[in-house]
Ligand binder design. Structure first.
Ligand SMILES: Cc1cc2nc3c(=O)[nH]c(=O)nc-3n(C[C@H](O)[C@H](O)[C@H](O)COP(=O)(O)OP(=O)(O)OC[C@H]3O[C@@H](n4cnc5c(N)ncnc54)[C@H](O)[C@@H]3O)c2cc1C
Length: 496
């Protein structure tokens, strides 16, 4: 029964993460919204960022209501690999190069503070979630010079780091490795399940529209009038306001977990190999993540196989779980957390974690709590939604893909018939004279939906790694029957 509860949000049953299949603590089921209500602070989104923010604000004496479209922490948070790190790839190298003096150090402090806060909270609340302080090893197979420069920056900003020249790490012949102390890992779902829910919660309550001016949230039947609103839906569920669609995009990652292995990893590992493989262990099982790509822009069916091979080659391990999800990326590598815009001062936003959402969701909770309390927070400016967050090259390439999938591709008719689909295949094809997104399942049954995303109407692409329809523009995802997997969409796909 409970098993069904935690997996209900993950439409594909063979895509469960190791956290979902091993969760011991039972979360209660929360009611859905049944009438119009008025509340003080409303958080939209019950992932790790929404829950920590609701918790932090409630602890400070605020009355908070959290509204979740499906079930708590069934979104991207259930698919994380849960390294809680301040060492985050080349971020400090980029910040040093592209941002004002001092920003790299500020960002580092925000992340280190977040790790410390987790430790304090977990100890204080006696949460049994395998939280462990570990060293993080970041290695490269090719960028020695860049890694050395990064090391210099890390030392300058006060990180406890050591550099090792070429060294074999987990079977990879590296050119160099940075060891960072004081990092951490945990079981994120056990942490969230055991964290006391001291605030009001509505589940199965999707917000369809936000009236920013009047601060009213609309569901299908009811509305919530709020004094303050916090949007923590991973990618913000607004369409054009704030122009967030120009500041963010989504990137996909894949992960596997294995059966128990003999050797111990003694730490967590990140690399720049193949867009960034990551490694950690959990209960003597190995978890490998990586193979990142822009959501909706790649459709090759080898991701699982590749991760499986690495598990075998490096650890002689058989895999038990395979899963994938997407997270929100910003052009400058920093999250977007703070007031939604100058105009809507009572609306706050939390997004753009760049796949470092564990430390950043804690940092976001601390920042939003301070902003609402009118307290000073040293990190406000580096996380500010109003900061300059722009890279011309990345922006233009994004614009090109958006125009292509929004305007050009929808104009091209589908010539191929659905009848040519093989079992297990999904394509945009001609179905009864119209262009449709069609998936043929293993029993030969066709699943037919509209091929256009309900967010901004871009034409969808099939992802055969996850058997989902993914939007190449802003990263909404749908299952084969058009049900929502991930925001920013708030509506399922039109049917046949
Ligand atoms: C494979 C993978 C591995 C990762 N590994 C790491 C790692 O090792 N370390 C790390 O720091 N980070 C990692 N990340 C990133 C991290 O997992 C995410 O940044 C983080 O979980 C995002 O949390 P969130 O609360 O923003 O989003 P979510 O968990 O997606 O929560 C958002 C919630 O909002 C709800 N929602 C959406 N729309 C609506 C609506 N209209 N109305 C109401 N509710 C709505 C959703 O249902 C969802 O529950 C990884 C990400 C991936 C994909």
């Amino acid at each position: 029964m409970f098993f069904y509860y935690i997996t209900a949000n993950n439409k594909s049953m063979d895509m469960k993460s190791i956290w979902e299949t091993s969760l011991k603590t039972q979360e209660k089921e929360y009611d859905f919204l049944k009438s119009d209500i008025r509340r003080d602070i409303v958080v939209i989104g019950g992932g790790i960022s929404g829950i920590l923010t609701a918790f932090g604000l409630t602890e400070q004496g605020y009355k908070v209501t959290l509204v979740e479209a499906e079930k708590l922490y069934g979104g991207v948070t259930s698919k994380t690999t849960a390294h809680i790190c301040s060492q985050q790839g080349y971020i400090y190298y980029d910040l040093k190069k592209n941002k004002p003096e001092g920003w790299a150090k500020l960002y580092f402090s925000s992340q280190q503070q977040a790790i410390d806060e987790y430790e304090k909270l977990i100890k204080r609340e006696k949460i049994d979630c395998g939280f462990e302080r570990v060293n993080d090893y970041f290695f490269t197979e090719k960028n020695l010079q860049k890694l050395k420069e990064l090391y210099g920056i890390l030392k300058d900003i006060g990180a406890k780091v050591k550099f090792y020249d070429s060294k074999s790490v987990l079977g990879f012949d590296t050119k160099g490795v940075i060891k960072a102390e004081n990092q951490a890992m945990f079981n994120p779902l056990e942490f969230l399940a055991q964290l006391k829910k001291i605030f009001e919660i509505f589940e199965s309550t999707r917000i369809l529209k936000i009236d920013m001016k009047s601060k009213i949230l609309y569901t299908k039947k009811y509305q919530i009038k709020a004094n303050k609103i916090i949007i923590a839906t991973n990618y913000p569920i607004v369409k054009l306001k704030g122009a967030y669609f120009l500041k963010l995009y989504k990137s996909h990652s894949y992960a596997v977990a294995s059966k128990e292995i003999e050797k111990s990893l003694n730490g967590i590992y990140n690399s720049d190999v193949d867009n960034g493989f990551t490694f950690r262990e959990f209960n003597n099982k190995i978890i490998i993540g990586g193979l990142d790509h822009r959501t909706g822009r790649v459709n090759n069916n080898f991701k699982k196989q590749k991760l499986k091979e690495i598990a075998k080659e490096c650890f002689n391990a058989e895999i038990t779980n395979y899963w994938n999800a997407n997270d929100v990326i910003t052009y400058d590598g920093l999250p977007i957390v703070g007031r939604f815009s100058k105009k809507y001062k009572d609306v706050y936003i939390i997004t753009g974690f760049n796949k470092w959402g564990m430390a950043n969701s804690m940092a976001s909770s601390l920042l939003i709590t301070n902003l609402i309390a009118g307290k000073q927070n040293d990190f406000e400016k580096i996380f500010s939604p109003q900061r300059f967050n722009f890279r011309l090259g990345a922006f233009l390439s994004n614009l090109y893909v958006s125009i292509k999938n929004l305007i050009i591709t929808p104009l091209i008719p589908a010539f191929k018939s659905y009848k040519n689909l093989k079992a297990g295949e999904g394509k945009i094809v001609c179905y009864n004279g119209a262009k449709k997104a069609v998936y043929k399942d293993d029993k030969g049954v066709y699943h037919i939906c509209s091929p256009y995303c309900k967010h901004l109407h871009c034409q969808l692409k099939f992802n055969s790694n996850s058997k989902t329809w993914d939007c190449p523009c802003h990263g909404s995802r749908y299952d084969i029957d058009g049900n929502i997997i991930t925001s920013p969409t708030v509506e399922k796909l039109d049917e046949n």
